[in-house]
Design a protein around this ligand. Structure first.
Ligand code: ADP
Ligand code: MG
Length: 485
């Protein structure tokens, strides 16, 4: 996909990503972090905002947030300060959210992206820690209509907010940024990064300006972007809306807008709050967060392998191309799957080919995760072993793969049940070739008279007789031997 802005204009995009930290309990309470539990069963007095309670910072959450900051090349601050951010909403029982404001956990850093072979690093402004809010449920199917329900299971879950500088220019770049960021957070084991479950969420800030202008235009903030595709579509639609508005002599209003996918446009949600509306002040119930250098070093040393290192390993140790390595590493579960196939099967390149062509295709068609497939890396490796052993032609192997993807099973058993084992026995092939030669005396005579073009016709006849179960090379060898005899 390639998108370009309306002629004479350029867009400026900055992204704010909220990623839930993969902790067992919440940021300031012992309530479990549990997606999909019965509403309001994962709450303590702290999450309910009852009077007299005190927050206790979850050390594991700090460790994961620091790990994210290190993985993204940020400068972790020796002291950061929690602050109260006030707003009134039924899913925020305290009336304020504990966040970080003037002194966040980490500054700087960047997210590497690659588009059309060009690599860039999108700089980050900061990463800060904060707690999640609960959920308001307006769906009449749940509430019976006319009411809003509140579920506080999510209230108080630990988040990091990752804020980019306004240096992205196209919807494609925004998509590439999000994919790269998610891959890094998943590799670092910081977050599940699952947009559908709402534990990886993105707000997009968008403005436009005349091409070549230095000054940034007025931005709007887009919310309700529940998938990467929505992010890209919403940004493109918003850029076009702003350009139309300005070309008609209007002005962009700083506001929060939502993406309406059915209508294919953004719609106003509310006027944008300014920092003063939030009445930030330092959280009096929590001391400053101090990160000791020695502890920081420990966290740094324990960082798991990150996508960039993994890519380098695929190229240098496994002999894959840069492009193949990049595609495989984008999704951590795909990369893990690939490595296990390569390990069982031994040939990393054919494992890489099959994972890219077949596995990714099935995942794309179904929109599902690797873990939901009815087969594992062992089965794919067994299929590749059968191909290498000359027992399967490419066409038969694809047929077995389709069956694996549909129902799972043992590739060798599927092969015998469907009678797909390749005819590799040269005696059998020779008999078939003799039959075909006997049935096509004219073509045999033409070939022997020097008209080599009929060779392919004869190969085709033999392939047909084996119903595609012989390797073309084996057929050619046998036929040439018989014809030239
Ligand atoms: P707020 O807290 O009001 O959301 P921030 O300072 O946290 O404001 O910035 C939010 C995001 O908006 C950042 O990612 C930043 O890069 C982006 N941003 C700021 N100004 C613009 C602009 N004129 N156009 C596009 N994005 C912008
Ligand atoms: Mg913001």
């Amino acid at each position: 996909m390639s998108w370009s802005p309306p002629a004479g204009w350029e867009a400026v995009i900055g992204l704010e990503v909220h990623a839930q930290l993969k902790t067992d309990s919440k940021l300031f309470s012992s309530a479990p972090r549990d997606f999909g539990a019965e509403p309001n069963t994962r709450t303590t007095e702290v999450d309910l905002g009852l009077p007299g309670v005190l927050p206790v910072l979850n050390e594991r959450a700090v460790e994961l947030a620091v790990r994210a900051a290190l993985a993204l090349g940020c400068e972790v601050q020796p002291i950061s300060i929690f602050a109260r951010k006030h707003y009134f909403y039924p899913d925020l029982p305290k009336g304020y959210q504990i966040s970080q404001y003037e002194q966040p956990l980490a500054l700087g850093g960047g997210v590497p992206i690659e588009l059309d072979g060009v690599e860039r690093r999108i700089p980050l402004t900061r990463i800060h820690m904060e707690e999640d809010a609960g959920k308001s449920i307006h769906d009449p199917a749940v509430t019976g209509g006319g009411a809003t329900h509140v579920d506080l299971n999510r209230a108080g879950v630990g988040l990091i907010e990752i804020v980019s500088e306004p240096e992205l220019q196209t919807p494609d770049e925004a998509g590439a940024y999000l994919r790269s960021l998610r891959s890094i957070l998943r590799h670092a084991d910081v977050s599940d990064g699952d947009m559908e479950k709402g534990n990886f969420r993105c707000d997009a800030n968008v403005s436009v300006r005349r091409a070549g202008d230095e000054k940034l235009g007025t931005r709007t903030e887009l919310k309700n972007l529940n998938s990467f595709r929505f992010v890209e579509k919403a940004i493109a639609a918003e850029i076009e809306r702003q350009v139309d508005l300005l070309e008609d002599g209007g002005a962009v209003v700083q506001e929060t807008r939502a993406w309406d996918d059915r209508a294919g446009r953004t719609t106003v949600m509310r006027g944008k709050e300014q920092a003063a509306d939030y009445r930030y002040f330092p959280e009096p119930d929590l001391p400053p967060l101090r990160i000791e250098p020695a502890w920081l070093e420990e966290v740094r040393k324990a960082l798991p392998e990150l996508p960039a290192q993994r890519r380098r390993r695929y190229v240098e140790a496994l002999g894959l191309s840069e492009q193949d390595a990049r595609v495989l590493v984008e999704e951590r579960d795909v990369a893990d799957f690939f490595e296990r196939v390569a390990e069982h099967h031994g040939n990393a390149r054919s494992a890489a080919n099959w994972v890219q062509r077949s596995l990714l295709e099935v995942l794309g068609e179904r929109g599902c995760a690797v873990a939901e497939l009815p087969f594992g890396p062992g089965e794919l490796a067994a299929l590749l072993d059968l191909i290498d052993a000359g027992k399967l032609t490419p066409a038969s192997a694809r047929e077995i793969f389709a069956e694996l993807a549909e129902r799972g099973g043992d590739p060798a058993q599927i092969m015998s049940a469907r009678g797909l084992e390749a005819v590799s026995d040269s005696g059998e092939l020779e008999a078939l070739a003799r039959d075909v030669m006997g049935a096509s005396p004219e073509q045999v005579a033409q070939y022997r008279a020097g008209e080599k073009k009929v060779f392919n016709f004869l190969v085709g006849q033999i392939m047909k007789a084996t119903r595609g179960k012989a390797s073309p090379q084996a057929v050619q060898e046998v036929l040439r031997r018989l014809l030239d005899a």
